[in-house]
Design a binder for this molecule. Structure first.
Ligand code: SR1
Ligand code: MG
Length: 397
């Protein structure tokens, strides 16, 4: 079928025609659009008894949050389906299952995760998940190790790099992370109460230099098949399960970009806490966030190190000191990229509900300034500091 943007009814007929939802006499089938992301349409299709449930996600040839004035390739749907498939081979327990991909219609059909909750919503509601940090650290270590040159045959890896050339979606990241927030760009949006802090960023030459270095690495360092957009809106959770979704930004890039983007989303929620709830709960939840950040990093390091020691196929990279220096650099990159995520989510185009949902503008401004200060510290000092320094700094602002 030639490409057309499906209505909810057409999406329903499509999954029925594939036999992915079976019609049963006297039981209805309901389809509704549930997408709240920036780019695509997402339909939940289920029978009225809740026995059969499925998700259909379709790309449109533009960015949904802006409209047709921002054209965007439909190939992002292929990238997403293929990346999720590879990631689920690396770490099946933490990646959403893809049942079907249709190139012509730029859509994929996936398992329904409606018994889960989006991590961002959970963190805004101060819910804790004891296994989450371990799950995320494991996901990052496995996916990023098994798609790297430590493990992959290097001829195969070069083909994979070509398969995941993702220029349109990478361009979004290149602009929104590394360009717009550091200049007066029409796509930027920010609370007028923090305008003076934004001006400081626009005039901070040392900051722009450090961001340029991070951008160059993002453009050139094909270390592993990244998810490319690991934020707390790309993770579904229950107390016992953690699932990554939304991999359309996947490409071969620097490992620290995925790890840093994720940690920054925990930090954004940390900064937002004073605006979200009563003072007594703030400290407790901020402490939980700090423990989560430390545990994610520790699990990632332990598992990535173990995989390097036991699964590295390339003889050159079996050198223990090389492995240690590689991980040291991943941490430095992680901290730098975390800084760019903090800043772009506060003053760029695409914000987070953690901060934007704070109703009191003055309190929101304080939380946003906290995020900007932390972001600048991370970017400027990521080559010199460690995670504990970052946490002490976050607590001292
Ligand atoms: C126009 S897309 C804006 C943002 O949404 C996605 O989830 C990515 O984070 C992107 O930067
Ligand atoms: Mg997304």
């Amino acid at each position: 079928m030639a490409y057309q943007h499906l209505s909810a009814e057409e999406a329903k007929q499509y999954v029925i025609s594939l036999g992915l939802i079976k019609t049963v006499p006297d039981i209805g089938i309901i389809a509704q659009e549930i997408g709240d992301g920036n780019l695509n349409y997402v339909y939940s299709i289920q029978d009225t008894q809740g026995q059969q449930k499925i998700i259909l996600k379709q790309a449109v040839p533009y960015a949904r949050c802006v409209g047709e004035s921002w054209p965007l390739t439909l190939d992002r749907s292929r990238i997403e389906a293929e990346a999720l498939l590879i990631h689920s081979q690396c770490c099946p327990e933490h990646v959403v299952k893809v049942h079907h991909y249709d190139k012509q219609l730029a859509l994929m059909i996936m398992e329904d995760l409606s018994d889960h909750i989006l991590l961002r919503h959970a963190m805004i509601a101060q819910k804790k998940f004891p296994l989450l940090a371990n799950h995320i650290g494991t996901y990052l270590a496995k996916v990023l190790f098994f798609t790297s040159d430590f493990y992959q045959d290097q001829q195969h890896k070069k083909q994979q790099v070509a398969q995941f050339i993702n220029p349109d979606l990478c361009k979004i990241t290149e602009d929104l992370f590394f360009v717009d927030p550091y200049h007066d760009h029409p796509r930027n949006r920010f609370n007028p109460l923090i305008a003076d802090k934004v001006q400081e960023i626009w005039h901070n030459d040392a900051l722009k230099l450090a961001v340029a270095k991070l951008k160059y690495k993002f453009l050139t360092e094909a270390q592993a098949l990244l998810h490319g957009d690991v934020h707390s809106g790309s993770i579904f959770v229950t107390p016992s399960s953690t699932k990554l979704i939304d991999a359309e930004f996947a490409y071969y890039g620097p490992i620290g970009f995925d790890v840093g983007s994720l940690l920054a989303n925990f930090m954004l929620n940390y900064c937002a806490q004073p605006g979200l709830t009563s003072p007594t709960m703030v400290e407790d939840y901020q402490q939980y966030i700090i423990q989560s950040i430390l545990e994610i990093w520790q699990v990632f390091v332990d598992q990535f190190s173990m995989l390097m020691r036991t699964e590295t196929r390339d003889r050159s990279f079996q050198h223990a000191d090389y492995q240690q220096s590689f991980l040291d650099q991943v941490l430095r990159d992680t901290l730098g990229y975390a800084g760019t995520e903090l800043i772009r989510r506060t003053i760029g185009l695409a914000h987070v509900k953690d901060l934007d949902g704070i109703m009191d503008e003055k309190i929101r401004a304080q939380c946003e300034i906290h995020a900007l200060q932390l972001g600048q510290k991370l970017i400027l000092q990521h080559e010199k500091i460690n995670l504990l320094d970052v946490i002490h700094y976050a607590q001292s602002i």
